[in-house]
Design a protein around this ligand. Structure first.
Ligand code: ZN
Length: 385
């Protein structure tokens, strides 16, 4: 509440001076591989059967950890056991972050495919936890400048790699993993900061955990924190509470995005809570970070929105003079979809439009997240409103 008051006050000041919110600017094309302080012991590729056991080890020493989760890799994130385990982890104060829906190598994908990998998992987070993760670790650590820039600008996520790899996913033994963490314990607090990689799906990583790596580090005076904590950053955008299971909680098959619920709090969302307007705050389907030369019209056209629709969701900006790096709320395109369609391979917005008797511009508007010239096979599109 106090934070909200402060943000509202800051926002009022920003609106009054017609200046964008510089506090929320991101350093584009930056990939994080080290903490600012403390020790982030992180776990990839879950959720899996050992998830709760990992959390418990950290709970027992008053430490925190971070899980980079997949939607459908070693198990389906919507399995009831996973839902319960993830919620317990979240409630214990550990961080849950994105590792993509299917553990895909993002550098090999089109923008539309990257969107699905990120948004399908984001949707699962919102349904299960009521939050959207701000951090993502690219599978295999595979990232390049173009892909990083796209993910940061389109999805507003911070990309995290690691400073030290325990080697548990590349054939290391239980003893190797244990020795890896023991070396940091031996060095004590001076081994910080550190951002280490283990896997909650690997017997060697779990075996080392069972040998006592977590109490070993804690007893050595090392401060075990989440990645967000070690970077002094926020882990999530908030969308209300836990969701209730329905037919949309599934893995496999084709995916049709569910409507995104209204975001309830976020630094980058404060624009729409502004002050004097009595218009209901629109929800943002994503946050776009402006680049030099952007206008409301140019940003709107990227997402099939009018200049007015874009400005209504971002009343703090000056449409023809937007500072680079400004977080811009992209509002939803409009009413609910009346008919959806699963794409075959090699189709375009124009081809789909002619099949359903609408215009290519309408298909682009209703499905702002696809690349119209390169729509992935099996993508769920809205074709009628
Ligand atoms: Zn992985």
């Amino acid at each position: 509440m106090v934070l909200q008051t402060i943000l509202t006050t800051l926002l009022a000041a920003a609106v009054a001076s017609a200046a964008p919110l510089q506090s929320a600017r991101r350093d584009l094309s930056t990939v994080v591989s080290q903490c600012h302080h403390s020790f982030a012991y992180t776990w990839d590729d879950g959720p899996y059967i050992y998830h709760g056991e990992v959390s418990t080890q950290f709970n027992n020493v008053g430490g925190h950890t971070t899980f980079f989760l997949n939607g459908d890799n070693w198990s389906c994130i919507y399995d009831e056991a996973n839902v319960q385990a993830i919620r317990a982890t979240y409630e214990a104060g550990h961080q849950l972050a994105s590792h993509t829906w299917s553990h895909a190598d993002l550098t090999t994908l089109s923008h539309a495919q990257i969107d699905v990998e990120i948004q399908r998992l984001d949707e699962a987070f919102i349904k299960i936890l009521g939050v959207r993760p701000r951090f993502i670790r690219p599978p295999y650590g595979s990232i390049n400048d173009a892909t990083a820039t796209y993910i940061q600008q389109t999805h507003g996520k911070t990309i995290v790699l690691w400073s030290d790899d325990s080697g548990d996913s590349v054939g290391g033994s239980v003893q190797d993993s244990y020795n890896f963490y023991q070396a940091f314990a031996n060095a004590g607090p001076s081994s910080q900061p550190r951002l280490t990689l283990s896997h909650e799906t690997e017997p060697s990583g779990i075996g080392a955990l069972r040998m006592g790596t977590v109490p070993l580090l804690a007893n050595a005076g090392i401060t075990l924190t989440t990645v967000a904590q070690c970077l002094d950053s926020d882990a999530y955008d908030y969308f209300g509470g836990y969701g209730t299971r329905d037919s949309s909680w599934y893995c496999g098959g084709s995916w049709t995005p569910s409507p995104t619920p209204t975001q309830t709090s976020s630094v980058s969302q404060t624009s729409s809570t502004s002050s004097t307007s009595s218009t209901p705050a629109p929800s943002c389907v994503t946050t776009y970070y402006s680049v030099s030369g952007d206008t409301c019209q140019s940003i709107g056209s990227k997402y099939g929105l009018t200049e007015t629709a874009l400005w209504n969701a971002n009343t703090f900006i000056t449409c023809n003079d937007i500072w680079a790096g400004t977080p811009v709320c992209i509002p939803p395109p409009g009413t609910a979809c009346a008919q959806s369609y699963t794409t075959p391979s090699g189709t375009t917005c124009a081809a789909v439009a002619s099949q359903f008797g609408v215009t290519a511009a309408q298909i682009a508007l209703w499905n702002y997240w696809v690349n119209c010239d390169d729509i992935w096979s099996g993508t769920g599109l809205c074709v009628r409103h």
